[in-house]
Structure formats: C-alpha cells, structure tokens
Design a protein around this ligand. Structure first.
Ligand SMILES: Cc1cc2nc3c(=O)[nH]c(=O)nc-3n(C[C@H](O)[C@H](O)[C@H](O)COP(=O)(O)OP(=O)(O)OC[C@H]3O[C@@H](n4cnc5c(N)ncnc54)[C@H](O)[C@@H]3O)c2cc1C
Length: 254
C-alpha cells in the first residue's frame, strides 16, 4: 500500500498553479463587487467554464484522483480566491455528485451536462436536502414524494432551505421521503428538470459571508416529475425499501 502523504506530485502542482492563477487573476479582482451585490457572479463562472475549471470533466478528474488530494487542493485554491465565488463554482458539483452517486448511467449522461451548460450558456444546479427542521438530522426530513402509478409520475411537496443555487438552478436534485415509517432509510433523490411547474424559490438568505453564492429556500408544491427522474430507478428503490422494511420488522438496526 502506498504511504500516505500530503505532498503534491508534479501533475497536481501544475493543476494547483493553474487554479491559483485563475483565483488570483480573475476571482480576487471580482470578489468585492460580487460580495456587495450578493448575486451569482455569472461572468466569473463563464470565465471558469471557458478555461475548463467549471465543468464535470474537471470535477471528475479531481474527484477520482487516487491520492484523494484533488478535490481539497482545488477547493483550497478556489476558496482562497473568494469563498462566495468559490461556492458559486463548486455548488453545482454537490448536485452532480448526488447524481453520480445514485443515478443510472443514462441519468448521469442526461442530467449532468444540463447542470453545467457550456461556456456560451453556463447553467448551475442545486442539491436540496436541508430543511427548516432537518439539517444534520436528516431523519427529521418532511418533504414527501408520492408515486402516482397511473401516470408514472412522482409528486413532490415540501420546503427545502439553505440550498446553494436554489431556485436559480437549471436542474434541482431533491431528497424526499418516500416511506416516512422508515425514517432516514425511507429517502430517495429526484431530478427536477428545468422549468418544472410547482418549484419556486422561497426567501433568498442574506448572509454574513460567502455572499456571492446564492443561498435560498426551494418550495415544492405538487411538483410532478416523470418516473425516470427517480435517481437509480424504481426497481432499485423498491429493493432497498424492502430490505429496510425487513430489517425494521426483525427489530434490527434501521
Ligand atoms: C452557505 C451555505 C450553503 C449551503 N448549501 C446547502 C445546499 O446546497 N444544500 C443543502 O441541502 N444544504 C445546504 N446548506 C445547509 C447545510 O448543509 C446545513 O446548514 C447543515 O447540514 C447543518 O444543518 P443545520 O444548519 O440545521 O445545523 P444543525 O443540524 O442544527 O446542527 C447545529 C450544530 O449541532 C451539531 N449537531 C447536530 N446534530 C448533532 C448530534 N446528533 N450530535 C452532536 N452534534 C450535533 C452540528 O454538528 C452543528 O455544529 C448550506 C448551508 C450554508 C451555510
């Protein structure tokens, strides 16, 4: 087994210097303006997209770096540039990881490109898990997803809070309860495609820092998404719920 080290190799140093250059030359000069405007710095994200820093490829390369240092190294440089702009650039990655972790290959191929857009038309995505009474305590989550079998649609209702890019995202990934009796084992994640009716932005938060990153509530009122928007698919969800019910029935750990 390779010895653990925090020493960067030559390739990593090159990437670090490249991001550092972007942080120093593009992010820092723009930081005060966007912090005061408290708005998403679209031109800076576009610049990052042109260079390839705002893209799934870049994120995936760092994510799959076998030393594990790729993501912390990239985040350290971006957030050195500015925490708000850094989160505006990194926020889409939260939603993309949600799809990478739970989605089918088809879902990954369909939705992740729509999360980033391209350099001529950049988009952002939002990962919506936290709720007013459920932050760290995900078992307290209340947002519900109910399956309408006749239409093969899921109906989402609830309020999410503190969502980075919430309401301004092209694609939202929403975590919801599909079986309340199973608590934290009864969750599933859903894609809410662009311009879906019933999803709206609630209050946008005024923060004490990280202000160039948009943080808002996301309100879901009878939001209907097609069956194929359930990440991982229905069969896998049904199997997982059946296992959880079985464990609960036996009185084991839920
Ligand atoms: C700028 C910003 C962006 C965000 N973006 C997103 C986003 O994109 N999507 C999203 O879903 N959420 C987002 N969040 C929400 C964030 O993930 C939550 O704030 C976080 O999950 C903590 O939840 P909470 O604020 O309710 O704190 P709480 O859950 O109330 O926790 C408060 C404190 O208590 C501690 N604590 C909690 N439970 C226990 C326990 N059982 N034992 C010991 N200690 C405990 C916690 O560690 C913490 O220190 C964002 C928040 C911020 C500030």
């Amino acid at each position: 087994m390779a010895e653990f080290t925090l020493e960067l190799n030559d390739d990593q140093k090159q990437v670090r210097d490249w991001i550092h250059g972007f942080a120093a030359d593009v992010m820092r000069p723009a930081a005060a303006e966007w912090d005061e405007r408290e708005e998403t710095p679209w031109p800076v994200i576009q610049e990052a997209a042109k260079l390839g820093i705002y893209s799934l490829d870049f994120y995936a390369q760092q994510f799959f770096d076998p030393t594990g240092l790729g993501i912390p190294m990239a985040m350290e440089e971006l957030f050195w540039g500015d925490a708000g702009i850094g989160l505006s650039i990194a926020g889409t990655g939260l939603a993309a990881v949600g799809v990478l972790a739970n989605g089918t290959e088809e879902q990954i191929g369909t939705w992740i490109p729509q999360m980033y857009g391209d350099a001529s038309d950049v988009k952002v995505a939002a990962f919506c898990s936290s709720e007013p009474d459920a932050g760290s305590d995900v078992s307290a989550m209340r947002t519900r997803a109910v399956y309408d079998e006749a239409k093969d649609e899921w109906v989402l209702n609830g309020t999410k809070t503190w969502a980075t890019n919430g309401g301004i995202a092209n694609v939202h990934v929403v975590v919801a309860l599909v079986d309340p009796e199973l608590g934290s084992k009864g969750h599933a994640s859903f894609i809410v495609p662009p311009a879906t009716e019933g999803l709206s932005q609630g209050q946008k938060f005024k923060k004490h820092g990280i202000r160039a990153s948009h943080t808002a509530e996301v309100v879901l009122e009878n939001v209907r998404v097609p069956g194929h928007c359930l990440l991982g698919g229905k069969e896998k969800l049904d199997e997982r719920l059946a296992r959880a019910r079985e464990r609960a029935r036996k009185g084991g750990e839920r």
